[in-house]
Design a protein around this ligand. Structure first.
Ligand code: FAD
Ligand code: SF4
Length: 510
């Protein structure tokens, strides 16, 4: 008897563990666009287009290679609206010996999958996802006995394990593990940022755009100007484009924000890495080759590789180590609702408007916009973690629970009590002014902390420190911030708190 092999929308590679030792002629690959997966959050329209189109292209490629594929295209009246229902139908039709799948990337679906064997009355084999450098058990071993986990130490282990940027005597190339100190330049228009890689939509993608416009018209964002890669081959072209045009400056301007450029020198590879179109080690090896051949400097290549074998692997490890309780963490006791302008971009705060508007148009904002603008604002204003996590999960084309949740709940909101990061990334308007040219175009005055036109980030920053004194005052990395707060005259402090409280009561009008 043949097996059913389930391939999910973020598992689009023939190197998938579920396909190992499969019998092309007899086994049946099952792929499905189902309402439940497309609607469990308000996914950005471009994210739906990207995933459906990439799935259709992948199914077509498998068929071309001789695989038998059952593919369900999305229709509003599909009888099967969940993956479980699709499998129920296929089991009835084919009576397979087994269902084989690769583990998924989120707890919600993981729970469903772990019940399938009972509900479908067929053996279900769920294989580890081997598309990561560090397996779940390996991460759990590394984490065991550590009170706090620090990415930097984990990253060094991954460097040694992969040999990336390691000298023949097993030392980090250049003598340092990390060149972040060189990576904090403000970008003032020069060198010009490269145009992002563009792939014009083919017939399949155009059909999917029409489908999303018709059936998901109430979802966030727009399908206009869709230009993402949707096949492995195109994703490799996007990688080559990044290496040729953006990688050399990736490090220098990694933390920069711009009023005019959406993408700066970022790679825009996360959608492909997270869906299987690109393999993380292939990407890192390509970047390392660029350093070895003198095409890109070490600070750029090390910074880029650290994001992938460091941060990306680290957050995944934390997710699977701590779920499901992790998703309920709210150590700072936040209760505020997400301001409506997160969905519209309709705010006079220029930095927020720019980050949200890029998100709405592109399904993308780079890391510093996510962390230091929209994230920082949510942290300072005390947005309930679930609300802000749902927003990040919905609005980005690369958003999958395993990577979005720890970044938002841990890195941005510090809702896990500092398990993921040693201090909150709280910053006043000064930081945004230092790293961007937003403030000169803003309705608010970044140099003011009180008064009607004062930059909201300024007083909110002090309010955040003041209201969470108990949580942070003993953190040595925050001692200087508290010293600065305590040094201020009490009437100034009162004015700052009063301004912040007014802002907190009137967030939707900012
Ligand atoms: P680059 O800046 O070019 O970085 C290269 C690659 O490194 C990325 O493609 C990505 O795979 C990896 N990477 C970089 N930083 C991180 C990180 N902190 N965690 C994991 N991987 C990282 N990334 C996602 O892939 N999906 C998400 O849903 C997601 N949500 C985020 C939410 C918040 C609040 C924050 C602060 C960050 C989030 N990130 C997420 C991480 C990061 O912002 C994106 O990976 C990055 O912006 C993707 O753009 P890029 O490919 O141009 O990245
Ligand atoms: Fe953002 Fe404040 Fe600068 Fe305006 S003044 S762009 S709100 S940091």
């Amino acid at each position: 008897m043949a097996n059913l092999i389930l391939i999910l929308g973020d598992q689009l590679t023939t190197r998938l563990s579920a396909l190992e030792n499969a019998d092309k002629n007899n086994d049946l690959v099952v792929m499905a666009e189902v309402k439940e997966e497309a609607s469990y959050t308000n996914h950005h329209k471009k994210k739906l287009v990207f995933i459906f189109s990439a799935m259709r292209h992948f199914a077509q490629a498998l068929t071309g290679q001789g695989w038998r594929v059952h593919y369900q295209e999305y229709q509003p009246d599909n009888e099967a609206t969940s993956l479980g229902q699709v499998l129920t139908q296929r089991v009835k039709e084919h009576q397979p010996a087994r269902i084989i799948a690769t583990e998924c990337g989120e707890w919600r679906l993981h729970q469903q999958m772990s019940q399938w064997q009972d509900t479908l009355k067929v053996p279900v084999e769920i294989r580890p996802d081997t598309r990561f450098v560090c397996s779940k058990p390996e991460f759990a071993d590394w984490a065991q006995g550590r009170k706090q986990l620090r990415m930097e130490f984990f990253y060094r282990e991954m460097r040694k394990k992969t040999g990336l940027l390691m000298s023949p005597d097993n030392e980090p190339e250049g003598g340092n593990w990390n060149y972040d100190a060189d990576n904090r330049k403000k970008w003032s228009g020069k060198p010009p940022a490269p145009a992002p890689f563009r792939m014009e939509p083919d017939d399949i993608t155009r059909d999917v755009i029409k489908l999303v416009e018709r059936h998901f018209s109430d979802h966030f964002g727009s399908t206009e100007d869709f230009h993402f890669a949707v096949t492995e081959q195109q994703a490799w072209q996007a990688l080559e484009h990044f290496i040729d045009y953006a990688l050399p400056c990736f490090g220098d301007y990694q933390d920069a924000l711009s009023d005019t450029e959406d993408w700066l020198f970022h790679s825009i590879l996360s959608p492909y890495l997270n869906t299987g179109l690109l393999d993380p080690l292939d990407v890192c090896e390509a970047a390392a080759r660029a350093w070895h051949s003198g095409q890109a400097p070490l600070n750029a290549v090390e910074g880029f590789i650290r994001q992938i074998i460091g941060w990306r692997e680290f957050v995944r490890g934390i997710y699977w180590l701590l779920m499901p309780d992790y998703a309920d963490e709210n150590r700072l006791g936040n209760t505020r609702k997400l301001p409506w302008f997160y969905w519209t971009g309709d705010t006079r705060m220029r930095c927020m408007h720019k980050a949200i508007d890029a998100t709405r148009r592109n399904g993308y904002a780079h890391h510093i916009q996510r962390l230091m603008v929209t994230g920082n604002f949510a942290l300072l204003t005390g947005i309930e973690p679930k609300e802000i996590c749902d927003w990040y999960l919905a609005v980005y084309i690369d958003a999958f629970d395993w990577v979005e949740l720890p970044n938002t709940l841990g890195m941005v909101m510090h809702a896990d009590g500092g398990y993921l990061g040693s201090k909150p990334y709280a910053a006043s308007g000064k930081y945004i002014q230092r790293m961007s040219d937003h403030c000169q175009n803003c309705h608010y005055r970044v140099q003011d902390a009180t008064g009607d036109k004062a930059c909201p980030f300024n007083s909110l920053y002090w309010h955040f420190l003041d209201r969470h004194r108990k949580a942070f005052a003993s953190n040595p990395r925050m001692a200087m911030m508290y010293r600065n707060w305590d040094r201020q005259a009490s009437d100034k402090k009162q004015a700052l708190i009063a301004r912040a409280e007014w802002l907190l009561d009137n967030l939707d009008s900012l």
